[in-house]
Write a protein that binds this ligand. Structure first.
Ligand SMILES: Nc1ncnc2c1ncn2[C@@H]1O[C@H](COP(=O)(O)OP(=O)(O)OP(=O)(O)O)[C@@H](O)[C@H]1O
Ligand SMILES: [Mg+2]
Length: 242
């Protein structure tokens, strides 16, 4: 049995609102333990990306506390949070399309603390994605969607993550590629990186996760071991179409 007793992330009573005071996240609490893969699922507009943006310092929560590696990080800058080892692969990948694959990867290692690992991190990325090796000079914008997602994952690994947060990795990609990317995520996890996976591909997300959280209308409506969630009646009806 793996030991998941060390909390790496703890979110307490998070509230988020956008302009006009419309609240989209209502008292969200959850935690992630070191070594886990936790999948967050939920329909469009449920508030998954908003929650992630608050964790990574891209959005300021209205209320609540976020602890990462035992320290409070709410209110700290994204750059500080990256330096601590929380790395985010955003929805839509957000590569620099005019820059080469290699330049995009190197941009991931801007953290001062971890720049010394640049060479070995690049080797790790090449080993995980052999396809990128022959394309280092190609413009990122001219890669296929799946290859671009590989670059986005690779760029995140260049920052030596302790917690890797992935938002909608599989969106718009062919099933065979999705399968490949999910198994890479598992491999990254086995190397010791904790993973928080936001996914609409519920079946695959539950298949690789240890635990899952369901977000509905800005609240966590359900959470538990991923295998139990796969057999849950509500999940099967609402998210797996069974
Ligand atoms: N910048 C913003 N300004 C105003 N409202 C926003 C903003 N970003 C998100 N919202 C609203 O917040 C709610 C939650 O959106 P969010 O993007 O967090 O959902 P999501 O679960 O990630 O959805 P999806 O699965 O479609 O990515 C939605 O109602 C959305 O319209
Ligand atoms: Mg989203």
């Amino acid at each position: 049995m793996m030991d998941f007793s060390n909390r790496i992330l703890k979110v307490t009573d998070l509230e988020i609102s956008y302009g006009g005071g419309i609240k989209v996240i209502w008292g969200v609490s959850f935690d992630v333990s070191e070594g886990e893969i936790v999948s967050m699922i939920g329909s469009n507009g449920a508030g998954k990306t908003s929650t992630i943006r608050a964790l990574t310092g891209l959005a300021t929560p209205l209320a609540g506390e976020i602890h990462f590696l035992g320290q409070p990080i709410h209110g700290r800058s994204s750059a500080d949070i990256v330096e601590l080892g929380m790395i985010h692969i955003p929805e839509g990948r957000q590569l620099f399309p005019q820059m080469s694959v290699q330049e995009n990867l190197i941009l991931g290692s801007y953290s001062k603390k971890y720049r010394i690992h640049q060479k070995e991190n690049l080797e790790t990325v090449m080993a995980l994605f052999p396809r990128l090796k022959t394309r280092l000079r190609q413009k990122a914008g001219s890669m296929s969607g799946g290859e671009q997602q590989m670059v986005a994952i690779g760029r995140a690994l260049m920052a030596t993550p302790k917690l890797l947060i992935v938002d909608e990795m599989s969106l718009g990609l062919a099933p065979v590629l999705v399968k490949e990317l999910f198994s890479v995520i598992e491999e990254i996890n086995k190397k010791g990186v904790t993973i928080l996976l936001v996914e609409q591909n519920v079946k695959s997300a539950l298949a690789i996760a240890h635990r899952a959280l369901v977000m509905e209308n800005g609240r966590i409506s359900m959470s538990g071991p991923a295998d139990q969630m796969l057999n849950n009646e509500h999940i099967r009806k609402a998210y797996l179409g069974l």
